[in-house]
Design a protein around this ligand. Structure first.
Ligand SMILES: *[C@@H]1O[C@H](CO)[C@@H](O)[C@H](O)[C@H]1NC(C)=O
Ligand SMILES: *[C@@H]1O[C@H](CO)[C@@H](O)[C@H](O)[C@H]1NC(C)=O
Ligand SMILES: *[C@@H]1O[C@H](CO)[C@@H](O)[C@H](O)[C@H]1NC(C)=O
Ligand SMILES: *[C@@H]1O[C@H](CO)[C@@H](O)[C@H](O)[C@H]1NC(C)=O
Ligand SMILES: *[C@@H]1O[C@H](CO)[C@@H](O)[C@H](O)[C@H]1NC(C)=O
Length: 719
């Protein structure tokens, strides 16, 4: 534990922050340059290689030899680039011979026709590092990937171009943009295919298409031919689907090798029997063997017991089945990248994608890792290197924050206006928030001051204000609440609804998940004349300007020792329940340096040739806050929502931190209720299993949210 040093509001903060925001922008901010990869061989010169399917020996054949794929999933876009080598080496040390990654279209083409394959999105570099670490690559291109990512990896701007687009179908608009993306991506992939001298042995076409109701065979054949034209036999094309006839019915593509996915609880013999029904010969492949599971907000952290994972693993090892652990390491849904499911309700997913995987969100080995390593060693008769150890983490204590401005100060520009509310996509805004505002009509008569506000729909969460006073929350999920009874309503009042996109649905029929506020009535009377203030929170310059301006007004308060002392010193925040921007800063102690876990018998430095020593990872404990998003040195760490649970801490990778004596800035966008003492604590261990809204609130769990008076307790109702 390192003693905290906390400073507040000095002028240096402003300059420091300006610089950091410019340098270290959020994942979304990075994609401004137009960088189309050149088609080049990436240094590969090997020849006469082949990776094919042997339908007689029921196996993959690599250079003519039977090959059992022992793969693990790690998504480059969920792990900072500086850690790729470390994580991949740990996978290799577990005995794996292949890494599987999805490719996320929406990140690489953030706006139509502007591509980014650089920096954190340098896929070519990821493939190269995997190759250097002795791993083959299983490339899951899609272009729909699910992956618990916003819109399953499809770019939300598709919904701006054509609101009624039929995604993943023969819709010519979908095909045109999908083809244009593949024509950019695949020339980068081609020289890296196994048959062309690279490490890519498998290329996945679509993703669990059998779970999508469109069942458009013409689309699948079209997509197959697009892939064939690029891959030309230099790697194996495959599909993945649930292990059941109902999934394979629409998921199987003629001429593309069909594989199945299933987890620890499935009957492995039965599951592979379903693959055999569509692929009578060839290797058995479980293309997603679940090591854990995803978790939604308001849901207990999902886990899978190691003993259960081992059972089907042993069967697959003994029977020469190829498999891909989904996931071997999950990582994080930084920024606004997390997706959502729609079961009986809308269910947004956590920022953490720890997944209870063999390697944690921070890349540390777990008992599950060692058990899998032992099971593989038992089969192969050898281990690879010495086992890795966990890396040390940093505990810095509380960082005090001060309210810098109302959220509206981050508006992207002048508000748009229209008679009726428009969707985010119609406003060409992909992520973040939109503030919808109108006025109570001048001739409106509220019966005894009461009126029922009703929205035709809410996507996904809307905080309702009358003349800036918070009146309640509209929710898409559970509880589903699209109406509120408002008291004290009078003509001319400003009615505001701050709508948050909580992540687009990534699975099932509802992928076309446009965001925003539906039409609104007051006592049945349609409300017209809306303004829409856009808050995408994706402009580092804009965020910085705000912080700079606002911080000028903050009192200079040096060396406040701790939160208790701060309570006496700091002025009360009268606007705790008004959506706002909070700013703080901190300095790491002198001499702090990362101690990476041992990977190779010696201490492996994954960070390579950096000038300054890297700093350890830490976690930001958000306990006591309401709901929002936070930025560290300008990087969007993602959404936090401790009042909903179960995730209480956000993973803060050390590479984002500035070494002593530089200042680090923490910017917190809180939309619900800031704590009386606005501090976030940097701790050395994650907590992804905190209390849940429903259980913690007991009988009041699903009570409609009423006005939440300043200074009152945090309401623990879900939504
Ligand atoms: C979204 O997709 C669903 C299912 O495919 C369809 O019923 C619905 O009409 C679509 N919505 C729009 C706006 O196109
Ligand atoms: C697995 O493959 C090995 C090597 O090719 C072979 O000797 C063995 O019989 C196979 N086992 C099964 C169950 O197919
Ligand atoms: C809102 O109402 C207008 C006028 O009736 C209509 O044109 C529009 O489609 C409606 N919007 C939604 C989201 O239902
Ligand atoms: C970001 O904000 C700055 C300052 O407000 C503005 O000049 C710039 O146009 C914005 N950039 C984008 C991409 O919106
Ligand atoms: C907080 O700081 C004050 C002043 O330095 C000190 O007296 C107090 O013991 C500290 N409290 C904690 C919990 O560290």
């Amino acid at each position: 534990m390192v003693s905290p040093r906390v400073h507040l509001g000095a002028l240096q903060l402003l300059l420091q922050l300006l610089l950091q925001l410019l340098l270290l922008s959020s994942p979304r901010v990075g994609g401004n340059e137009v960088t189309v990869p050149e088609e080049e061989a990436g240094g590969y010169t090997r020849r006469s290689r082949s990776f094919v399917i042997d339908y007689e020996k029921d196996a993959f054949l690599k250079d003519g030899q039977p090959f059992q794929m022992l793969s693990g999933s790690l998504h480059y876009f969920r792990v900072p680039r500086i850690y790729w080598r470390d994580r991949l080496r740990k996978m290799r040390k577990a005995g794996l011979n292949t890494v599987a990654t999805y490719v996320e279209w929406s990140l690489h083409e953030p706006t139509p026709g502007r591509y980014d394959m650089t920096g954190e999105l340098n896929l070519a570099n990821f493939i190269q590092v995997a190759d250097e670490e002795g791993l083959l690559v299983n490339l899951r291109v899609g272009p729909y990937i699910c992956a618990e990512r916003d819109m399953g990896g499809l770019p939300p701007w598709l919904l701006s171009i054509k609101p009624d687009i039929k995604l993943r179908s023969s819709d010519p608009v979908f095909q045109r943009y999908a083809k244009r993306w593949l024509d950019v991506l695949m020339p980068l992939v081609r020289p890296r295919l196994y048959g062309n001298g690279g490490p890519i042995i498998l290329v996945q076409v679509e993703n669990e298409y059998g779970s999508y109701p469109a069942c458009d065979h013409a689309y699948l054949l079209w997509l197959r031919d697009e892939f064939r034209a690029h891959v030309r036999g230099a790697a194996v094309l495959y599909t993945t689907d649930g292990a059941g006839a109902s999934y394979l019915k629409c998921g199987k593509i003629p001429g593309v090798y069909a594989t199945v996915d299933f987890g620890a609880g499935s009957d492995v013999v039965q599951a592979f029997a379903s693959q055999r029904k569509v692929e009578p010969r060839g290797p058995l492949v479980n293309s997603e063997y679940y090591t854990g599971w995803l978790t939604h907000w308001a849901e207990k952290e999902q886990t899978v017991a190691t003993a259960d994972v081992l059972r089907n693993l042993r069967w697959m090892l003994a029977n020469n089945a190829s498999f891909n652990f989904y996931v071997f390491m999950g990582g994080s849904n930084f920024g606004f990248t997390a997706g959502a499911n729609f079961g009986s309700d809308f269910q947004p997913q956590l920022t953490s994608y720890d997944y209870d995987a063999p390697l944690t969100e921070a890349g540390d080995p777990t008992p599950k890792y060692f058990a899998i390593r032992d099971a593989i060693a038992e089969k192969t008769g050898r281990t690879v290197g010495t086992p890795p150890t966990a890396a040390a983490k940093l505990a810095l204590g509380p960082v005090l924050l001060q309210r810098a401005a109302d959220l509206q100060a981050l508006a992207a520009g002048p508000a748009a206006s229209a008679a009726f509310p428009r969707d985010f996509e119609q406003l060409h805004q992909a992520y973040g928030y939109v503030l919808y505002e109108t006025r109570v009509p001048d001739n409106f008569v509220a019966k005894k001051g009461k009126a029922v506000l009703m929205a035709s729909r809410i996507r996904d969460r809307g905080i309702v204000f009358l003349d800036q006073a918070r009146r309640g929350v509209l929710c898409r999920g559970k509880p589903h609440r699209i109406g509120l009874t408002l008291t004290g309503v009078s003509p001319g009042q400003r009615l505001s609804v701050l709508v948050e996109n909580q992540g687009r649905i990534n699975y099932g029929a509802r992928l076309n998940d446009s965001k925003g506020l539906g039409n609104v009535t007051l006592d049945g009377r349609p409300l017209r004349g809306w303004t829409m203030t856009q808050l995408p929170l994706n402009n580092a310059t804009r965020l910085d300007e705000l912080v700079r301006r606002a911080t000028r007004r903050l009192q200079r308060r040096q060396h406040i020792a701790n939160a208790t002392e701060a309570a006496d010193v700091l002025p009360r925040d009268p606007k705790r329940d008004v959506p706002g921007v909070y700013v703080g800063r901190f300095v790491v102690p002198p001499g702090t340096a990362a101690r990476p876990g041992s990977v190779d018998g010696d201490v492996f430095d994954p960070y390579g040739d950096r000038d300054t020593p890297p700093l350890p990872d830490t976690f930001v404990d958000t306990t006591g806050w309401g709901k929002g998003v936070m930025f560290v040195n300008g990087f969007n760490l993602g959404r936090y929502w401790p009042s909903e649970g179960p995730q209480l801490t956000l993973y803060l990778p050390g590479y984002l931190l500035r070494p002593h004596p530089q200042h680090n800035t923490l910017v917190v966008i809180e939309t619900d209720l800031a704590p009386e003492i606005p501090a976030m604590t940097l701790v050395d261990r994650p907590n992804l299993n905190g209390p849940l809204c429903a259980s913690a609130a007991g009988s009041t769990a699903n009570a409609p949210a009423g006005p939440s008076p300043s200074g009152g307790p945090v309401a623990r109702s879900c939504c």
